[in-house]
Structures are given as structure tokens and as C-alpha cells.
Design a protein around this ligand. Structure first.
Ligand SMILES: [Zn+2]
Length: 165
């Protein structure tokens, strides 16, 4: 056990019930906080955010602890778009009861607006925005609109939705 690991453990275990988003790449925590607002989460919940903490496997990381909140599978998918390598720790009675790494979903439905202003999703209320997620050869995350079939880089979609990539 190194100091880094025990410090890590303490950070994770510090809340009684809720969610810890750990191993967020430095700088991405701000985006996740914006997404919380987006999701209507965390408005009345106690939240702790750590920036640029030391980590064993990354040089630096951000961490967010949010009390009495759990994320639904679809919200977890939205988080994965913002912080693809982060880890979710579900805390119950000061213990980690579930832990998993965020993974990019094959498709994301209803979370982000299509950046194409001519897309039918901006006119037709029943057309819930949905994107197929893929990765280009150079690792770029691509989002393809189900309706207009345009392909956008993840950064373009996030910017268009008021989130900074
Ligand atoms: Zn579209």
C-alpha cells in the first residue's frame, strides 16, 4: 500500500451514501458539474469536488463526490461521453457497494441536441435526439445523428450543448 492508494481510498470512502466519480481526467470535472446541472442533479445535494489530485495510474485526476445521488444507466452513458475513463463508485453506508469503469455506449438517446440546425429533431417534438457512437482510427469519438445522419466529433456536440469538451 502506497500513500497514494490509501489517500485515494480515504477520498472514496468519505461519504455515507451516494456516488463518487473517480479517475476523471484533469479538467473534466468542470464539464461533469455542468452535466449535473443539465441532469437536474446535485442541486440540493452536498457535493465535493477535487481538482488535480494525485493518482497512482494517472499523474493527476479530478474527483467528484455527490451525496445521496445515484445515476441511472442512461445518465451513466451521458457521463461516459464526458469522462470516458472515469470510475463510478456507488457508496452505501460508507462502503463501496458497486464500482465500474465508464464505457462509451453504442448509442445515446435524448441527452444531447443535434448540432445541425436543419435537423428534424429541432422541429419535430417526437423526434428524440439520438446518436450512434463510434471511434475513428485515431481515437476520436464520433457521434452520428440518427435523423440527419451527419457525423460530428464529440467536441462539436458538447460545445453545441453548452458543455466544454
Ligand atoms: Zn441531426
Amino acid at each position: 500500500m502506497t500513500d497514494t492508494i490509501s489517500q485515494d481510498k480515504r477520498l472514496v470512502e468519505a461519504i455515507a451514501n451516494g456516488t463518487v466519480i473517480d479517475h476523471i481526467a484533469p479538467g473534466q470535472a468542470m464539464n461533469i458539474l455542468r452535466l449535473f446541472k443539465f441532469l437536474g442533479k446535485g442541486k440540493k445535494n452536498r457535493m465535493t469536488v477535487g481538482f488535480n489530485l494525485r493518482s497512482g495510474d494517472l499523474k493527476c485526476k479530478d474527483i467528484i463526490k455527490i451525496e445521496n445521488v445515484t445515476f441511472s444507466p442512461s445518465e451513466t452513458e451521458q457521463l461516459a461521453i464526458l469522462a470516458p475513463n472515469a470510475t463510478i463508485n456507488q457508496i452505501s453506508n460508507y462502503k463501496v457497494v458497486d464500482k465500474y469503469k465508464l464505457r462509451l455506449p453504442p448509442e445515446i438517446i435524448g441527452a444531447f441536441e443535434c448540432p445541425n440546425s436543419n435537423c428534424i429533431t429541432h422541429v419535430e417534438k417526437d423526434a428524440t435526439p439520438r446518436f450512434k457512437i463510434s471511434k475513428s482510427d485515431d481515437g476520436q469519438v464520433l457521434m452520428r445523428c440518427h435523423y440527419c445522419e451527419r457525423v460530428f466529433e464529440r467536441e462539436v456536440v458538447l460545445k453545441n450543448n453548452g458543455l466544454e469538451p
